[in-house]
Write a protein that binds this ligand. Structure first.
Ligand SMILES: C[S@@+](CC[C@H](N)C(=O)[O-])C[C@H]1O[C@@H](n2cnc3c(N)ncnc32)[C@H](O)[C@@H]1O
Length: 247
């Protein structure tokens, strides 16, 4: 691992190398700080508002850049297109992120790894749906210029836990902003009654599933260290594809 990589690129490159990924999709690219550091042959980036000179990178080094929203991108994407590695870091609301997850799953295969950003708000302000309101309230009530904003993306985790029992999820809890890993395990997981109840309550009461709910239900996110979480996914996918062990 190279220390100059940001935490997202470091995690994605660990997965890409271990799984032999050849195609990568990033939703929400901004300055390209992550996309341009991901070492995968074919890289696609989507952002309605790129914050760098994207045209100068278009078509070079396996890069394809799409200046549009994720919804528009997926609506026009060839149905047969599949990605080996996907990073979801677009609009930080749970409904948009959930749509991005569903689209990503449609364009994934049994060995695809999906990394979801912003699933763990770090304070009550950061969990606010509106970015400007988050910053204004934090500045006024905490006298802080911290500009981190996660929105209510954390609500996708109860949705996944309740409606996607065929998927595995782990949340990398150290080494930078926490992010959730999602993949298809080789064996279906056993139903866990307590987790199902936690998720059911949150989904039935989405408006009430606030930051305090999040703090009380962190176990639903399966927090794990970065090193252990990445290895768990790599082992699980390698079990389905023994050739991946040799890559
Ligand atoms: C946090 S930044 C992405 C950072 C980038 N992934 C990185 O690691 O450096 C979020 C980006 O999502 C973009 N975005 C907002 N709404 C979007 C949407 N509906 N579809 C795709 N991207 C979106 C914003 O324009 C912004 O550039």
């Amino acid at each position: 691992m190279t220390s100059s990589l940001n935490h997202s690129a470091r995690r994605l490159n660990t997965l890409a190398a271990a799984l032999g990924c050849r195609s990568y999709l990033e939703i929400g690219v901004e300055t390209g700080a992550t996309l341009l550091q991901v070492a995968v042959e074919q890289r696609m980036g989507v952002d309605p508002c790129f914050a760098f000179d994207w045209q100068s990178h278009q078509g070079k080094d396996g890069l394809q850049l799409h200046p549009c929203s994720s919804d528009l991108f997926f609506a026009e994407l060839e149905a047969s297109t599949q990605f080996d590695l996907i990073f979801l870091d677009g609009l930080h609301t749970f409904e948009q992120t959930y749509r991005d997850i569903l689209h990503a799953l449609r364009h994934s295969h049994a060995g695809t790894a999906i990394l979801i950003d912003d699933t763990v708000p770090h304070d009550v302000f950061s969990a606010c749906r509106d970015q400007q309101e988050c910053l204004n309230l934090r500045s006024r009530y905490a006298n802080s210029s911290d500009n981190r904003w996660h929105g209510d993306t954390y609500k996708v985790v109860p949705l996944l836990a309740l409606f996607h029992c065929d998927l595995c999820l782990l949340t990398l809890a150290d080494g930078g902003n926490p992010q959730t890993l999602l993949w298809r395990p080789s064996n279906p997981l056993e139903e866990d009654a307590i987790r199902s109840m936690q998720a059911m309550w949150a989904v039935q009461n989405l408006a009430a599933a606030d930051y305090i709910w999040f703090l009380s239900n962190r176990s639903l996110y399966n927090p794990i260290s970065e090193a252990e979480g990445l290895q768990e996914l790599i082992r699980s996918i390698a079990r389905q594809d023994p050739a991946a062990d040799e890559r």
